[in-house]
Design a protein around this ligand. Structure first.
Ligand code: GLU
Length: 557
């Protein structure tokens, strides 16, 4: 009766009991092998790569078992909230192809039958459970202010005992109805604390999905479950939500490992089935010879957004993460080069229990592989979308020249072993910009990058000779033959063997001739196949570039 009175005093407006809530959240209709997982970020900034990694694991576990993966926003700490975080998180998940079946949408609506998926909209639910705990003597109001807590702490330090609010130190543990009523009439703010039955002398054991068997002391603190503003703490809210939303497996960063005793206690106290837990070590960054955690403030490359801005395709990041999740993915990928990574089954017990190292070079290699499997048109579509947001100069070049750009991007793709030169969309512009006159004309104002062993006069002879013999309808063989002839006429060796046998006899070799033409055409010394470039540029552009090479206004270096 006593507790009933306190419960009524604190929550006069809460009329429901847990059973009413359970009827709104029926168990999910899923086979027992299906996992229900979630990503439960607090909206305190942009998504970091560690979060993205954990999320991919959760998403894969759910979907590979035909279960459900949902997004829940844990926004009960209004002080830490940063505007725009939710949009950032949703946009990042979309970009990286991590599909959530239920959760908040950009439109502001919710998708799914277990909402709201924003904790700030679930206050009435939490209050029902908090009132229920108070009514059953499992929680109580605490009117201690910071001063009181400070005093308790000081005494504990003097006595060299564990600090905190517990046992005999928990001043309001046995508060009576009258005392509580008086405090409330005096307008004293209060929190609600869990009346723990845990003891630090006892240990809980559980099997962590990633870290294996874990043994830690029980929670012996009367933790706060509702703050003075009436909002529940993360600990309480997440337990209620994970239960009502049917979460079977909680995958999260290992900074939460030490909270497991609190969480298990809350699940037990509330009479909820305890989910499986898997705690992932943070992804580490290589700095010189040592490894360290990514820093929120210092490391731009620690955010998911960075990889989007750089233009890594979302699937490259997922493919790379799959390698970190289970190292046998690499073998599987080689055996199944054309399958979606989603056909590979991940296992939490095969994961690295200590922090995986983020290896940029490996990511680049994987991403090159991913992009090499795309058609020129697919690369174009990605580049178009990406450049619109992140490189307006490139966007305007390719927007004006759509078909031409697709042809450019098709170079070297129609083979069994396609080119692997781009790891991200920001790699593309430096490699293809020369194709566009707007860009090329500006570039050559700074001079042509001719090979040093060929004088300008000779280079001009080569370009002139080439212009005369060039026929755009020549096929590769004839085209190359004509170039060889030209080389011979101008005193260059027609092939390397000839040249090597008698170098003094020649001005240079066929390679030098081709290089001069390459430079006149592109002002680059390293390009894809020259013949392919000319085919894509077409006769008019090829000849106009040759002409430009002689242009008065253009200085050659
Ligand atoms: N909201 C918590 C966070 O920000 C979620 C922890 C959990 O997954 O239980 O990381």
């Amino acid at each position: 009766m006593l507790n009933e009175n306190i419960a009524e005093l604190l929550f006069p407006d809460v009329r429901h009991v847990p059973a009413d809530i359970y009827s709104l959240f029926p168990p999910r209709d899923l086979p027992s092998s299906a996992l229900v997982t979630r990503f439960a970020p607090s909206p305190t900034g942009s998504l970091n790569i560690g979060g993205l990694y954990a999320t991919l694991i959760s998403e894969r576990l759910a979907h590979q078992s035909n279960g459900v993966f949902f997004l829940r926003i844990e926004d009960t700490d209004k002080k830490r909230e940063i505007e725009g975080s939710l949009e950032n998180i949703i946009n990042s998940l979309t970009y990286f192809g991590i599909h959530f079946d239920e959760g908040p949408q950009l439109s502001g609506d919710d998708k799914g039958a277990y909402g709201s998926y924003k904790q700030s909209s679930r206050m009435q639910i939490y209050h029902v459970f908090i009132k229920h705990l108070v009514r059953n003597g499992l929680a109580y109001p605490c009117f201690c202010d910071t001063d009181d807590l400070q005093k308790i702490r000081k005494s504990q330090q003097d006595l060299k005992v564990t600090t905190g609010y517990y046992g005999q130190w928990a001043k309001h543990r046995d508060i009576t109805f009258e005392q509580a009523k008086e405090e409330i009439l005096n307008g004293k703010p209060f929190v609600i604390r869990l009346k723990t039955s845990g003891s630090s002398d006892r240990r809980i054991t559980y099997h962590d999905l990633v870290k294996g068997p874990i043994e830690i002391p029980e929670n012996n603190q009367d933790i706060v479950i509702m703050k003075t503003d009436g909002l529940p703490t993360y600990h309480l809210a997440h337990a209620i939500d994970d239960y009502l939303m049917g979460t079977t497996h909680v995958i999260r960063g290992d900074e939460w490992l030490s909270s497991v005793p609190i969480h298990i206690q809350l699940f037990e106290t509330l009479g909820f089935r305890i989910p499986e837990f898997g705690h992932i070590a943070p992804i580490m960054k290589q700095v010189g010879a040592s490894k360290r955690k990514f820093s929120k403030r210092k490391d731009l490359d620690g955010t998911a957004e960075y990889y989007k801005e750089q233009g890594y395709p979302g699937v490259s990041i997922s493919e790379y993460f799959m390698n970190l999740i289970n190292s046998n993915f690499e073998e599987w990928r080689i055996a199944n080069p054309h399958q979606s990574f989603r056909n590979f089954f991940i296992y939490t017990d095969k994961m690295n229990a200590s922090g995986a190292l983020f290896d940029m070079n490996k990511l680049d290699d994987i991403s090159k592989e991913v992009i090499s499997r795309l058609t020129g048109k697919e690369v174009f579509d990605h580049l178009y979308t990406w450049s619109k947001e992140f490189d307006t100069e490139l966007y305007s070049l390719i927007d004006k020249n759509k078909n031409y750009t697709v042809n450019i991007l098709n170079i070297g793709r129609a083979f069994d072993k396609p080119r692997k030169d781009y790891s991200k969309w920001s790699d593309v512009k430096p490699m293809i910009a020369f194709f566009y006159d707007e860009w090329f004309e500006k570039d050559v104002l700074n001079g042509y990058k001719l090979p040093t062993n060929v004088s300008l006069d000779v280079a001009q002879e080569i370009v002139l000779g080439f212009s005369k013999t060039y026929r755009s309808n020549n096929e590769r063989e004839a085209w190359f033959q004509a170039m060889k002839e030209l080389a011979g006429e101008l005193g260059f060796a027609k092939d390397m063997k000839q040249y090597k046998a008698n170098p003094d006899h020649y001005k240079g070799h066929i390679g030098d001739v081709a290089m001069v033409i390459r430079v006149a055409l592109t002002n680059r010394t390293n390009t894809p196949d020259l013949f392919d470039i000319m085919k894509v540029m077409g006769e008019k552009k090829v000849l106009s570039r040759m002409k430009t090479f002689f242009g008065d206004s253009i200085q050659t270096t």
